[in-house]
Design a protein around this ligand. Structure first.
Ligand code: ASP
Length: 321
């Protein structure tokens, strides 16, 4: 169900385009505005939706929200939104955040029953004096805002959970579907940056566990003077280095987006030399000029990039190991 499905997804894309167009390019050429970049293969569909907004002079904030909603609403994606794999108690709990060009931000964590947590995070940003709502409070707020209560556990995810219960071993494996997140950052034609991140988190986590994905500074950070960054992978390691904030600050110090992602990954290796060999973490970065970077601990971290020069292609990031 895991590696095989990833392979099938890439295979489907490959049938639409020559394989060289998907994996053949070593380094993306420098793009012009607008630009959108997002994690994993499902970034392709997310970028396509975001591009509808960006290419008609829309705001990056609207684009990243629209993009993130694509995998959230897809019951076949078992790591985000509807159909996301549950925690070890069989509950699907979602984490998400969003940030705009004015450093406005909103987040929700451990949110149940709502298909589009990214849109709830946006409402937290726009309609409350707060940044972060969690659990029952986040659900109550979402319902007050008119979001519908829905069952997120699909028959497929329930079956996967029941199979997992037979051994009940929590052991994240690199690049398989139990730890994928969509992180998406964009630069619009007005040269404004925004980002969003959304996930069902690590499959079979403890109930109440929150990863990096809804934490501003960890899985997402936007500084409109400098750039934006997002992450995926084992959230605990990203939180420990406040990863996306680190990437943006490294760009502020003069590093390219690629160098900044590489330095952040190296920080994880320095913190956890042994553990870093067994887990996956990946970063994406986009600077104010539309230059991008991508780097991961392990091979296999894919991302999708859409600009005028690169009409939505999937690349594999370079990796430390
Ligand atoms: N970062 C997410 C988390 O730790 C999972 C992932 O990206 O795979 O919850």
């Amino acid at each position: 169900m895991t590696t095989r499905r990833k392979f099938i997804q890439i295979g489907t894309l490959a049938s639409l385009a020559p394989i060289s167009r998907i994996f053949g390019m070593k380094r993306p050429p420098m793009p012009s505005k607008p630009v959108v970049i997002s994690t994993w293969n499902f970034g392709h569909g997310a970028n396509a939706e975001a591009w509808k907004i960006l290419s008609t002079n829309g705001r990056a904030l609207d684009a990243v929200e629209a993009g993130a909603r694509v995998p959230e609403g897809d019951p076949k994606e078992s790591s985000v939104g509807l159909g996301g794999l549950p925690d070890r108690d069989g509950r699907v709990t979602l984490d998400s955040c969003i940030m705009d060009e004015y450093a406005n931000c909103g987040a929700v964590a451990c949110l149940e029953h709502i298909v589009h947590p990214v849109s709830v995070a946006r409402k937290v940003m726009e309609k409350t004096p707060h940044v972060f709502l969690v659990g029952d409070g986040a659900l109550k707020f979402a319902l007050e805002q008119g979001f519908k209560k829905e069952k997120l556990l699909t028959a497929e995810s329930e079956k996967a959970w029941k199979d997992w219960l037979k051994t009940a071993q929590y052991k994240p494996v690199a690049n398989i579907e139990n730890h994928d997140t969509i992180g998406i950052v964009a630069l619009d034609v007005n040269q404004n940056l925004s980002g969003a991140c959304t996930t069902s988190g690590m499959a079979y986590k403890m109930h109440g566990r929150v990863g990096d994905s809804p934490i501003i500074g960890a899985a997402l950070f936007v500084d409109n003077e400098i750039g934006a960054a997002t992450s995926t992978g084992v959230g605990e390691e990203v939180i420990r280095i406040v990863g996306s904030h680190l990437v943006v600050e490294l760009m502020r110090q003069g590093n390219t987006p690629q160098q900044a992602c590489e330095l952040a990954v190296a920080r994880i290796v320095k913190n956890q030399p042994k553990k870093s060999k067994e887990i996956q973490v990946g970063f994406l970065a986009l600077n104010k000029n539309g230059e991008t970077g991508a780097y991961a601990l392990q091979k296999g971290f894919t991302y999708a990039l859409y600009s005028n020069e690169i009409p939505n292609k999937i690349f594999e990031a370079k990796s430390y190991y």
